[in-house]
Design a protein around this ligand. Sequence first.
Ligand code: PRP
Length: 213
Amino acid sequence: MRYLTFALAKGRLAEKTMELLESIGFSCDEMKEKSRKLIFTNEDLKLKFFLSKASDVPTYVEYGVADIGVVGKDTLLEEKRNLYEVLNLGFGKCRMVVAGPEEMKDTLKSGQNFRVATKYPNIAKEYFYYNKKQTIEIIKLNGSVELAPIVGLSEVIVDIVETGSTLKENGLVVLEEICPISARMVVNRVSMKIEYNRITDLIDKMNKIINNE
Ligand code: PRP
């Protein structure tokens, strides 16, 4: 039997996913030991798991080196890979928003040109250019995006907000909501055919757990 391979976004999302998988019998003892290893296997069940940076999960799954991926909807929207999104896992909940200083609220509506700093240039483009038909300048950053409006690199940011404390502690507010975010399970298009039984069985079991059936 071939391995069923999972690409997980390393960190909390991978830990939560493993808890969920374990509850339906897809375990991996090797993964519980603290280490810096990136690949783990369960030889009995022929399962393989690897840990990658969140933004690379869709890439591993699209190229078929992983059959299944678990990653945030934010990453899926940004990476725009050709995958089947099969499950909303319900955890990793946060919101994609436009945030900035309170006084930017009117500028946002005015249609004036302004700068948007973000780790998510595709999401920002989609939102401002195609949904709102606004011409704005997008500045790609790689983290700590809240810094940009404070130091004057941009007027607003597009970012995820979970508890809201990062915004609050930096004197910023949510100006507009873009969409809700949570962890999703994605499947490679070919894997869905060649591993149809194993994958649909997995989806059914996960669905039952998620919906408390
Ligand atoms: C994320 C996000 C916000 C923060 C939101 O950043 O980009 O900065 O978390 O969380 P909160 O609403 O609970 O405060 P992350 O911690 O991933 O770091 P990064 O900005 O360096 O990518």
